[in-house]
Design a protein around this ligand. Structure first.
Ligand SMILES: Nc1ncnc2c1ncn2[C@@H]1O[C@H](COP(=O)(O)OP(=O)(O)OP(=O)(O)O)[C@@H](O)[C@H]1O
Length: 326
């Protein structure tokens, strides 16, 4: 057998163990970023039992981007958002948002971070708005607390924000007198009142019906486009990917795959929506295959691998690839 033959034989018979979830870091994501988490770990210990809610999660969101993080129940979405909002501290790894290191910030910096750097929209409409204040008063409150905008400009700012979120008609209504969608759109106005650099939304459509959810997701997208605020939406709803250019899947406390959407013009000048799926590769080369790929080929335990000049082939271990496959 020639040397080349030996190499080919080696490539053909290489197998990898399919472990349950590999850490994730596409190399293009290891740059700067307005939100940057690297190998983020959060371990909860209750009654002597440890739960690893985040198991080395890596993700970067560039300034001005809107990104959705999607995952099943228990995958670590809320844990991630709670850390990014400064309400919880990770066990390990690093998390930097708008230049603030979330692992080392002190009390005063944390308060400043939560008041000025990030805005939040939570799932429970009741958590976002004070029930005894009108929509306009709710939006005005963070402006008064911050005190950065001159008093005479606050009323104009409130009107502009309510108009941007298309809830100007509800300015004098209390949350109990508004629909769920109107409440969440008002909540977005509250969250961006002080012009934060980053907007975080945790299941913002969780309590809404399908049509209203679309309305709220489009409102988030509109705000991102109009103001340039870097936006991270966390949800279990996979249809969110139709509303944002980048969706990151989270599985077992790690980012696993990404879907990128873009609009192209075909030869006739007509718009065509293209979605591409990427697996996320970490610094040591681990990647998670998408669950539907694993199921479609019944991949389990180990798979056959082959390195080709421009791609890597993956086959069920029992199947030998033909020249055509490769
Ligand atoms: N305070 C806590 N103490 C102990 N375990 C926790 C705590 N918070 C979260 N967990 C566990 O960490 C894991 C991730 O939880 P997390 O709430 O982040 O998931 P999620 O993706 O937001 O789920 P859901 O969509 O159901 O809200 C789960 O196994 C959960 O039980």
């Amino acid at each position: 057998m020639t040397d080349a033959g030996t190499e080919e034989e080696y490539a053909m018979s290489t197998t990898i163990e399919l472990t349950d979830g590999a850490a994730a870091t596409p190399s293009r994501l290891v740059g700067g970023g307005e939100i940057r988490c690297v190998d983020l770990v959060r371990i909860f210990a209750t009654d002597g039992v440890e739960v690893q809610a985040l198991q080395g999660l890596t993700l970067t969101v560039e300034p001005g981007e809107i990104v959705a993080v999607v995952g099943a129940s228990g995958s670590g979405k809320s844990t991630l958002l709670t850390i990014l909002s400064g309400l919880d501290t990770p066990t390990g790894g690093s998390a930097v948002v708008a230049g603030t290191d979330l692992l080392t910030m002190g009390h005063a910096e944390r308060v400043r971070y939560q008041r000025a750097t990030v805005g939040f929209v939570w799932q429970q409409t009741s958590r976002n708005l004070l029930p005894y204040l009108t929509a306009a008063e709710n939006v005005r409150l963070p402006l008064e607390l911050a005190g950065t905008l001159p008093r005479r400009e606050r009323a104009r700012r409130v009107t502009d924000l309510l108009d941007l979120l298309e809830v100007g008609h509800a300015a004098d209504r209390r949350p109990g007198e508004m629909s769920g969608g109107e409440q969440q759109r008002t909540a977005i106005a509250v969250a961006i009142a002080n012009d934060p650099r980053v907007l975080l939304a945790d299941e913002p459509t969780g309590e809404l019906d399908e049509a209203t959810s679309v309305e709220v997701l489009e409102a988030l997208r509109g705000v991102n486009r109009e103001t340039g605020v870097t936006t991270l939406v966390v949800t279990h709803d996979p249809t969110v990917s139709e509303h944002v250019a980048r969706t990151i899947q989270i599985r077992d406390g790690r980012t696993s795959t990404e879907t990128l959407r873009r609009t192209e013009l075909d030869e006739d000048g007509a718009e065509r929506h293209v979605a591409e799926e990427f697996a996320v590769v970490d610094r040591v080369g681990r990647l998670q295959l998408p669950q539907d790929f694993v199921q479609a080929l019944d991949l389990r335990d180990r798979v056959r691998l082959a390195l080709e000049p421009d791609h890597v082939g993956v086959w069920p271990a029992a199947q030998r690839p033909t020249e055509e496959d490769r």
